[in-house]
Design a protein around this ligand. Structure first.
Ligand SMILES: [Mn+2]
Length: 315
């Protein structure tokens, strides 16, 4: 494992970087990639964030201000990403440095700076920026704060700790507008977003002992509610609303293929559960993909979670 100092030294040696962030990007992916790109530019490098997916609408007010740079022979950095699959069209690239906070990094990056205890990747990005020796602009501070706020579900996830708040203090001190960012992502909702949340909440299924709660969006819901990816950003927080130890959200965006999001609390581990079906993530929040209708996948996930809890409880 490399340190922030080592990563910064390596980056200061090169001249052109494309910074890959993961497909279906969230605020931490976008914030990490763009804040690092701006820092590298301040250090005299060319740097351009790249991704196989479009930037979700709610983050574009930050990224629209960033001028696009065309690079001729870039080296590759990836952020907030632990697997090649999440690199999309860039999965075949040789990665020089990976900066990440997920368990089990399999990107094959030459240098990896990873801390799975960090509540957001932007915390590690900030440490690298410090080692690059460049200042944090107001825009960079807003990007970093956005990663912190969205990856902790507005400072409410179980990964939120005193370090999270320490970085929030630092980013706010650099000019981040904490009020505007938390309001934008966790208070204001469009009518469509409210309708989607209502549909999800009314779908709740509980295990007999109420320790597992599972929600779903059917493929037909996507058509009826005219849902785009922008509308569902962060929607998986609903998994935690029932107070179950395992919360599951199943979304059948493409017919017969479901994206699964799992939240776990206490001594239960969402990453461990999801890795049983080829997924992964963090101990408190993880994901996987499974074939089948939303109903079928939800039933399978309930069974998987029940078996998982039974196994844990007999240890
Ligand atoms: Mn993240």
């Amino acid at each position: 494992m490399d340190t922030a100092e080592r990563i910064a030294d390596i980056l200061l040696d090169g001249s052109e970087y494309e910074i890959i962030y993961h497909i279906n990007p969230d605020g931490d992916a976008v914030g990490s990639a763009y804040a690092l790109a701006l820092a590298l530019r301040l250090a005299g490098k060319k740097a351009q964030p790249v991704c196989s997916s479009a930037i979700p609408a709610q983050y574009r007010y930050l990224t629209d201000e960033v001028e696009k740079q065309n690079l001729t022979d870039p080296e590759y950095i990836c952020v907030d990403t632990s697997t090649k699959a999440r690199l999309g069209e860039y999965s075949g690239k040789r990665i020089l440095c990976c900066i990440d906070h997920h368990a089990d990094n399999t990107t094959g990056a030459k240098h990896i700076f990873c801390d799975k205890d960090a509540s957001a990747c932007v915390q590690l990005i900030y440490e690298v920026i410090q080692c690059l020796g460049v200042p944090v602009s107001r825009l960079m501070a807003d990007l970093l704060m956005t990663g912190l706020v969205t990856d902790t579900s507005c400072f409410r996830s179980s990964s939120t700790d005193r370090d999270t708040m320490r970085y929030a203090y630092i980013f706010a001190s650099c000019g981040a507008d904490i009020k505007a960012i938390t309001r934008r992502h966790y208070l204001v909702k469009s009518p469509k977003r409210m309708a989607i949340e209502q549909r999800l909440r009314s779908s709740i299924a509980l295990s007999d002992d109420s320790r597992i709660a599972a929600f779903m969006l059917r493929h037909s819901d996507y058509g009826e509610l005219d849902i785009t990816d922008d509308d569902t950003e962060g929607i998986n927080d609903i998994a935690e609303e029932a107070g179950a130890v395992i919360g599951i959200v199943v979304r059948e965006k493409r017919e017969g293929i479901c994206r699964i999001s799992v939240r776990a609390s206490g001594r239960y581990d969402a990453h461990e559960l999801c890795s049983r079906i080829g997924g992964g993530g963090h101990s408190n929040a993880a994901g996987a993909t499974m074939e089948g209708s939303a109903e079928e996948v939800r039933t399978a996930m309930m069974k998987l979670a029940q078996d998982y809890l039974a196994g844990k409880d007999t240890l």
